[in-house]
Design a protein around this ligand. Sequence first.
Ligand SMILES: [Zn+2]
Length: 429
Amino acid sequence: MSEKLDKDKLLHLYKMVDEKKDELIRLSCDLISYPSVCPPGRNCGPVQDFIQGYLEELGCSIDRWEYFKGDPNIVAVLPGTDSANYKSLILNNHVDVAEVGDVSQWSFDPFKPFVKDGRLYGRGASDMKTALAACLFTMKLLKEADVGLKGDLILHSVTGEEVGEGITRQCVESGPRGDFAIAADISDFEILGQGGVITGWITVESPTTFHDGVRARMIHAGGGIFGASAVEKMSKVIQGLQDLERHWAVMKQYEGFPPGSNTINPAVIEGGRHAAFVADKCSLWITVHFYPDEDYKDVSKEIEEHIMNVAAGDPWLRDNPPKFRWGGESMIEDRGEIFPSLELDREHEGTKLLADVHHAVTGEKPIMGMSPTVTDAGWLGEGGIPTVLYGPGELALAHAVDESIDLEDLISYTKVLIEFATRWCNTPK
Ligand SMILES: [Zn+2]
């Protein structure tokens, strides 16, 4: 096919989506029916087997690996006919879904999907099994219609996103590079960037453990014992974090976020060993939200420096400074996670083309801005791949009871993907 996508071919592709929409719906339902719930995770083998089979039938090359046992990940490439000279596209997806919580709250079985009044219901309908279905279906229709992509079309199907396992980072570091990436996670069908999140543990620890009976000599005149309660000292750390949080709220801002979105949440505290002792250890688990123009490494360094200054103003903390552990591999393995931020490059040719195609398909210009949540899109951007967050899922329904999606949006989204992939992957590098 010529580099310019001719109108007839395009209308034919659109028609194919409309004619075969039941196949798209069935594929979505098939994916939803696998309960790949995370946490607990480690249950994505069967759904990934299904996806691998689907992709192999299309002639994709498959790279499959397990980082956490029981959760295989897939990177598939639908090879272009001249991939050295034409642009490649990554479609990034996660295959795990959020917990369902108390099933009695649901008005149906979350893993028995169904369609009613133009909506598809089931866990993962919005976040994000239908988007994954749209990506797979796009690859299938492009193959069936013999569109002949010149650049590679690359699909990520990762696990553990719901608990921040950052497998997309591995896809970027070890997998094929993309000239552009669409993270198909929920974005309300808007073209978005995102802020970032990093969690951290701050620990105050005494080198000596004192009996409760010694407390008087640690805190009163003439006692002579240089000691402290780690729990009490942590209150100074918490106060310091609040001061910094307020300073950030006043001084930092980013278009698309309500002021003060850059929060430091003291989420969990663990400390002390028993009522018969003075607390010799206290750890605080914090969640830090930062803006798209900030990096998680700089943000954590800024917090660390501030808290070390707080410690320098206290006679005991000065000698026993807090220790920091930032991020982690997984919220369920080592209780930590990182989601890098993602700026939205409105001037990038990929972003512009996507906006044009969205406009052509839906008749409306896309809303462009910032997501209030975080996704793996940040890892793609962090890896140097121009990326947007763009998915059909509805944010209000992600992780919600009776999750669903508007089928009209899903079908339009698929049309956008098909046209975008065709145009982008037939653009010379
Ligand atoms: Zn998601």
